[in-house]
Design a protein around this ligand. Sequence first.
Ligand code: FES
Ligand SMILES: [Fe+2]
Length: 371
Amino acid sequence: MKPQRPVQRESFQIDADIRRAQTLPSWVYTDPEVYERSRDAVFAPSWQLVTDLESVSLPGSARPLTILEGLLDEPVVVTRDERDTLRCLSNVCTHRGNLVCTQAGKCAQLRCNYHGRRFALDGAFRSMPEFEETEDFPSPADNLRPIPCEALGAWLFASIDPAAQLAELAAPVLDRVGFLDMRQMRHEPTRSRDYLVKCNWALYVENYLEGFHVPFVHDSLAQALDYGSYSTELFPGAVLQLGIAKGAEDCFQIPDDHPDSGRRVAAYYWWLWPNTMLNFYPWGCSVNIVRPLGPALTKVSFLTYVADESRLDKGAGAELDKVEREDEAVVEQVQRGVRSRIYSRGRYSPTREQGVHHFHRMLAEALFPVR
Ligand code: FES
Ligand SMILES: [Fe+2]
């Protein structure tokens, strides 16, 4: 392994002009200090998909969840009160830190099972035994802290310390795929699974952000997509890749007044900064959540949401497991490559790697902001 170098901001400059720019220095993917820095600089202020709305639909209920398991590990509880208001709250008891809600289900209030502190479903402190003599009690600090949360399509996102509103990130997504009835999409646990990938999370993301490798790495996907029409669009905090169907392969029925009307779109591949992918196919959506577990270990959760079962296993949205394994093999090789003492940085294809360049610029800015 390369000797660890101190993190240097200068080394992270990525030229705004893709024709001149160099890629990230290889030590970004291997240096434990960069990995640690990403926890607070990249992930804590980001929006994370915590659950689908369907599983928190019952009024008078609560569900314990974790924001970005393995990296942030922030315990939260999503509640829906009798008035149908959905909230995300810290799930850490304001007494001595026990987890308040440990089981999903119907409930009128939350009760900590350590010493009996009670909270309303909006997080307000309700009662606590043996605290009559405690001074200045209760105070607002005894309520469960609300965590910002917002819905996008069929999913609920939360952020511990959001840098921006989710609606800003989500606006271009809804502009483009808002014509789909996302609330009809149902989670299919049997078609969902996790993959452990021996690579840095950023290598997994940047591989996702280009279709450049499709003809080389994915033979069957290359049969479904028209490589010449594959396109990438950049947004603040998001990237859209548009897969156009080859020949008679399955594609969306797009409304007449839509910007993509007349195009045979097989897939809308949306990436949301920093680690969420919403891949829309005519059958529904494959959600990918990239969970960093270490500088060279990443868990990728594939969550399948089906709207039209009859179109499963067709077109670009077929054989996702095979495509994932192909991606996994190549990014694990890249992880070995970026550990090399000889390789340092590369260059970008201005026509095929705009998404990667955009991501690298965002990552460099988040890790080493220019003040
Ligand atoms: S930690 Fe919750 S009541 Fe004591
Ligand atoms: Fe791929």
